[in-house]
Design a binder for this molecule. Structure first.
Ligand code: OAK
Length: 833
């Protein structure tokens, strides 16, 4: 797969050395010349910047070469459009993927600098909320690793995901000013700007040939300016590009300073136009519905499409071959306005006739759906869309008209069917359904796990599935083993490496070779030693962040994900209460640490209340001498990518306990199993495929299936009835209700108990008995260290299907129709020898 010599002299690198002396020199030079510091006075952050600048030179050079290779080889390009990229820290990931991590650590050590100490200072790039944003980051890394000509497009938010502090048990949001120290990984491209228009009106011109052309006039323009983030492939020379757009005021605003005389007002206007890229909306799986959000969506979509078309034309490809040379993936509906924008650019700017433009557009786009939750489905009021994007509204009407004509022809007389299919929802005050626009404007639509895709076809898109059954496909999510195994878990990586050859790092299928070692005593023992060290590392971090001391010789039971009712953190919390009561009753209970982590959307009161209740229960549990160190409950604050890399390798039990039918896929489930945690989970999302991969004896499945949930809902059983057959559950819920665990927030606890007893929309009480039994089963297995280690190792060895590389190959083959380019070895010295 790897070629040893570059085939083309244009694809050579200059001899920027990557040996320790050369790197040492570069780092020192960067410290003085770029950071501007005397090495005698440099702080750890100065060193972090110096090393990042030294590596930046090397990564961009590889980017230049990769770009040339793509340009010379007439490739089809993939464009990934996503409002979110949850990247995390870049230094270590870039170094590792470029194959120069160890030598850079050596160079720093020679300079008297501790790599770990400075790497910790880097802010996470948290330009995303959760699963969808992290998936986007994994996909980019995999495209680079496998040699796909992939480009990411998104927004350079000035403020990323908020920082979560816990104050008096409650979540408090602090702004994430991640750029305040500057960012060595970005390349501003002030020459790469595109105008993006809002508001205004459409003027129609009747052409002599009878056609009508449209001009979108007046309104306000902002400029989208590109910032590039090179993304290195693992142990490959390939470096792909993530291009993030920032809003800048146009020169119009500058002129107004002089013309209007109202300088202060003009500067305020200028600032306002730049707010478009100011902040990431911190909402996970809920539609936002604010005008600014619509503007963000259109802003980055328009700039990206203008850029994509520009590149296509610069490469001297004819415009009508756009879909042969490019594939665009819409990451959920957030960029779905791209369908209308692409039509606008082809019709109004490139004067392509409607039918041809529509064929190109449809062949170009495909759309990934990431949730079935009705509250996440984006719809925009027609009136808002007409005001902000008048030309697009006209285009959407015509797309809709032609689509409805087509189905009218195929399904005559089915008026109700047409009404349901329409892009315009007439029942809720006329709204544009973005998912419908995305489905109609794409040649493929995919769900992210087998169950999710099948539910999509049966429910949300059942009508469309009747019209175009071939359009709907499944691509089960995956995770990058580079970050989630090699970087996060060096101990386990080393153990695997000592047993099998290292090609599993590129091809996770080879991890299967590790399977026989699950029954090897020495490997199991070594695995337990690795887990233990990972727990010690996590325990130190927990202590630093929360002041709570946890043992490292007990089961670590973790639920780490956004806080949401459907993810059922309350189910786990009830189990904590059960264990607490049992210990107080003098029962012998398996010692464990229960760790929760995750952010709640700032406007999602119930989720914030859940955090407060977890913290208050934890406080009672952790301070009760009767617990005797057998139970600790931790809420780990400010969960982000960098803390996930510490928590995941330490986990024994992975909580994937969403109400069946609600979690589209989950990817934390994959990361945890890959790191040798056993899953306790419902038959939801990718848990089903994980069970199929690891075997039913190596996973704890419980609870109602998606079908059973629907049937149960139809029965309308009052949630409180589940207490009748479960006296323990009754005493737990009553303890909560009566404020046993409350610390001033008595009302809150009573309200949560009431919510469970009277509403319980996600069937926590209905599933509790089954959950508690599954936990007991896990506890029994954990007591047999050999059996547990064997099951954990089998989980590791059987995770190959959940590599993001497999996911990306499926997109490439079944959706994008692209092939990877040959990949070169990473080391530049290879070119000069
Ligand atoms: C976020 C905003 C709107 C719609 C969906 C999301 C989202 O993050 N969905 C999550 O996507 C992940 C990646 O596909 C899945 O693993 C999660 O199950 C899903 O909730």
């Amino acid at each position: 797969m790897t070629e040893t010599t570059p085939p083309n002299p244009r694809h050579r690198l200059s001899p920027l050395t990557c040996d320790a002396p050369g790197l040492r020199q570069s780092i020192r030079d960067a410290l003085v010349r770029v950071v501007g510091k005397d090495p005698d006075l440099a702080t750890p952050r100065d060193w972090l910047h110096a090393v990042s600048f030294a590596i930046r030179e090397r990564i961009i050079e590889r980017r230049v070469v990769t770009r040339r290779q793509f340009a010379d080889e007439d490739v089809k390009r993939v464009y990934y459009l996503s409002m979110e990229y949850l990247i995390g820290r870049m230094l270590e990931a870039n170094l590792r993927n470029m194959g120069i991590l160890e030598v850079t650590q050596q160079a720093l050590q020679d300079l008297g600098v501790d790599f770990r100490e400075i790497a910790r200072l880097e802010e996470d790039a948290a330009l995303g909320n959760g699963g969808l944003g992290r998936l986007a980051a994994c996909i980019l890394e995999s495209m680079a690793t496998q040699g796909y000509p992939g480009y990411g497009y998104g927004i350079r938010y000035e403020y990323g995901m908020f920082q979560q502090h816990i104050e008096h048990f409650r979540q408090v949001e602090h702004p994430d000013n991640w750029l305040r120290f500057g960012n060595p990984w970005e390349f501003p491209r002030p020459e790469k700007t595109f105008p993006v228009r809002f508001y205004g009106y459409v003027v129609e011109h009747h052409q002599p040939d009878g056609e009508t052309s449209c001009n979108w006039e007046n309104g306000e323009e902002v400029l989208a300016m590109a910032y590039d983030y090179p993304t290195a492939g693992y142990e490959r020379r390939n470096v792909n590009n993530l291009r993030l757009w920032a809003a800048k005021a146009t020169r119009d605003f500058d002129l107004r300073y002089f013309n209007e005389g109202d300088y202060i007002r003009a500067v305020a206007d200028k600032n306002e136009s730049e707010t478009i890229s100011m902040v990431l909306y911190p909402n996970d799986a809920t539609a936002i519905g604010k005008e600014l959000r619509l503007k963000q969506e259109y802003f980055f979509v328009s700039a990206s499409l203008q850029d994509i078309i520009d590149r296509h034309l610069q490469l001297e490809y004819p415009i009508d071959e756009l879909a042969d040379k490019a594939a665009i993936q819409l990451n959920d509906t957030h960029p779905a306005i791209a369908v209308a924008e692409c039509m606008r650019l082809l019709l109004d700017e490139h004067r392509i006739p409607w039918d041809q433009a529509w064929t190109i557009t449809r062949n170009l786009f495909s759309y990934t759906n990431h949730t079935l939750m009705p509250e996440a489905l984006e719809t925009w009021p027609v009136a808002l869309m007409e005001r902000v994007l008048p030309r697009h509204m006209g285009i959407i009407y015509r797309i809709n008209h032609e689509f409805i004509e087509e189905v009218r022809h195929r399904f005559p007389g089915e008026h109700e069917f047409f009404r349901r299919l329409s892009i315009i929802d007439e029942d809720h005050g006329r709204r544009v359904r973005m998912a419908h626009l995305a489905v109609i404007g794409s040649h493929r639509v995919n769900g992210v796990a087998a169950l999710h895709t099948s539910l999509l076809k049966q429910t949300l898109f059942a009508d469309f599935n009747r019209v175009w059954p071939e359009r709907f496909v499944n691509v089960t999510n995956g995770v990058t083993p580079r970050l989630w195994m090699i970087q996060a878990n060096p101990g386990l990586t080393e153990l695997i490496e000592s047993r099998i050859s290292s090609d599993w790092k590129f091809d996770l299928d080879r991890l299967k070779q590790f399977e026989p070692y699950a029954s090897d005593d020495a490997t199991r023992e070594a695995f337990r030693a690795v887990k233990r060290r990972n727990k010690e590392r996590l325990a130190a971090l927990v202590h630093k962040r929360t002041g709570i001391t946890i043992r490292s010789d007990v089961m670590y039971d973790v639920q780490i994900k956004r806080i949401h009712e459907y993810k059922r953190q309350l189910l786990k919390l009830l189990h904590v209460i059960e264990l607490y009561q049992r210990i107080r009753d003098g029962e012998d209970v398996l010692p464990r640490v229960v760790l929760f982590a995750g952010k709640a959307a700032p406007g999602y009161q119930r989720a914030k209340d859940i955090i407060a209740v977890i913290n208050e229960v934890a406080d009672i549990v952790n301070h009760d001498p009767a617990m005797g160190d057998r139970l600790k409950c931790v809420f780990f604050p400010n969960y982000e990518v960098s803390s996930a890399t510490i928590i995941i390798p330490a986990a024994d039990l992975s909580e994937q306990i969403s109400t069946a039918g609600f979690e589209a896929s989950g990817t934390g489930n994959m990361k945890l199993a890959l790191n040798g945690a056993l899953t306790i989970g419902t038959l939801d999302g990718a848990n089903i495929e994980i069970r199929d991969a690891v075997g039913t004896e190596n996973i704890f499945i419980f609870g109602m299936t998606a079908d059973e949930i629907s049937a149960h809902r139809a029965q309308g059983i009052p949630p409180g009835a589940h207490l009748d057959s479960h006296p323990r559950l009754r005493s737990m819920v009553e303890a909560l209700r009566d404020g046993f665990f409350s610390n001033g927030g008595r009302h809150l606890h009573a309200e949560i108990a009431r919510y469970l007893l009277e509403e319980d929309p996600f069937f926590v009480l209905a599933d509790y008995a089954a959950y508690s039994d599954a936990c007991a089963q896990a506890d029994r297995m954990y007591q047999d260290a050999e059996a547990w280690s064997e099951a954990a190792l089998l989980n590791v060895a059987r995770m190959s299907h959940f590599s993001i590389d497999r996911t990306v190959r499926e997109y490439a083959q079944n959706i994008w129709n692209v092939v990877p380019e040959p990949v070169l070895p990473p080391c530049p010295e290879a070119d000069t020898n």
